[in-house]
Design a protein around this ligand. Structure first.
Ligand code: GUN
Length: 287
């Protein structure tokens, strides 16, 4: 059976490290890192994430600024808020929760954030910096996956990595990070021919497609590491809501060398990395 990668414990350690850095910034420089989170509308999943982000930000000793706007907010109003946050010296990180309501242009909004405060790493200039191997803000979920992989493997150089999914939030930046660590990277997606045989080549599989239990155990090479980014809400056998990943955990755990569970794998790493990115942004802003 595969080793279970304990993302929850790893994230707790990372949050402790962040809290220690925050305490040092306060003691040595009188600076408290601040994170502003903007939520437009009342999508229930987004509301849960935003609440959790605010709570963990405060627990790490940082300032949390929550801006909850109505679903009818105009683009002009949202852009005006981002501009205020860009100019606010107490705010070191800005996160606009996605998805935005359909009448708002996400690209325009994201690209209006000061790239130095873009703790999501979604601004086009951060995307370009990451793609060219320059210092950037790195998207939180792929960064969390990378930290788990480095902890497990040490060097990723020469590993065959297959990323399933090509989203701007996870798949594409994940591929860039793996490439940055000298893995041999394949990006697979819904149009990939014979996906099972592509996945079977991989020493490292990162599944980020948003389809419950799509990746089956017999797609996994014996001993491979499986990182499951999926968080899919489905109905369990008892009629209750359950969270499942993009990987069929029970069959994959029979063959994999190591695997992240859902929940308790990648999920907790995302917010921990967001906090770490906020401290990074704060340090860079203050030289
Ligand atoms: N929605 C789902 N994941 C994310 C994320 O990492 N950042 C933001 N801003 N929105 C999201």
């Amino acid at each position: 059976m595969a080793q279970v990668i304990d993302g929850k414990a790893f994230a707790a350690k990372l949050r402790e490290k962040v809290a220690a850095e925050v305490a040092k910034l306060k003691a040595d420089h009188g600076i408290t890192p601040g994170l502003a989170v903007v939520l437009v509308g009342e999508d229930p999943a987004s509301s849960v994430y935003v609440r959790s982000k605010g709570k963990q930000t405060v627990e790490a000793g940082m300032k949390s600024f929550e801006h909850k706007l109505s679903a009818e907010t105009s683009e002009e109003e949202l852009l005006a808020l981002v501009k205020r946050l860009n100019e606010d010296p107490e705010v070191h990180g800005i996160l606009v929760q996605l998805p935005l309501p359909k009448h708002l242009n996400s690209d325009l909004v994201i690209n209006s954030i000061d790239p130095a405060k873009d703790v999501d790493g979604f601004h086009i200039s951060n995307v370009g910096l990451l793609g060219t191997g320059q210092k950037s803000m790195v998207p939180c979920t792929p960064l969390g996956c990378l930290l788990l992989l480095r902890d497990l493997h040490g060097s990723l150089a020469g590993k065959d990595a297959v990323v399933i999914g090509r989203s701007n939030i996870v798949g594409k930046p994940m591929a860039q990070l793996l490439l940055g660590d000298s893995a041999t990277v394949t990006i697979a997606h819904s149009k990939t021919k014979d996906l099972p045989s592509v996945v079977r080549r991989a020493d490292i599989v990162v599944a980020a497609v948003g389809r419950p239990k799509m990746v089956l155990g017999d797609w996994i090479k014996s001993g491979a590491t499986v990182i499951d980014v999926g968080i899919n809400r489905t109905t369990g056998p008892n009629g209750k809501d359950v969270l499942v990943g993009d990987v069929d955990y029970d069959s994959a755990a029979q063959v994999a060398g190591a695997i992240t569970p859902v929940p308790g794998g990648v999920g907790p790493m995302t917010i921990a990395c967001l906090l770490a990115n906020t401290v990074t942004a704060c340090c860079r802003a203050n030289g």
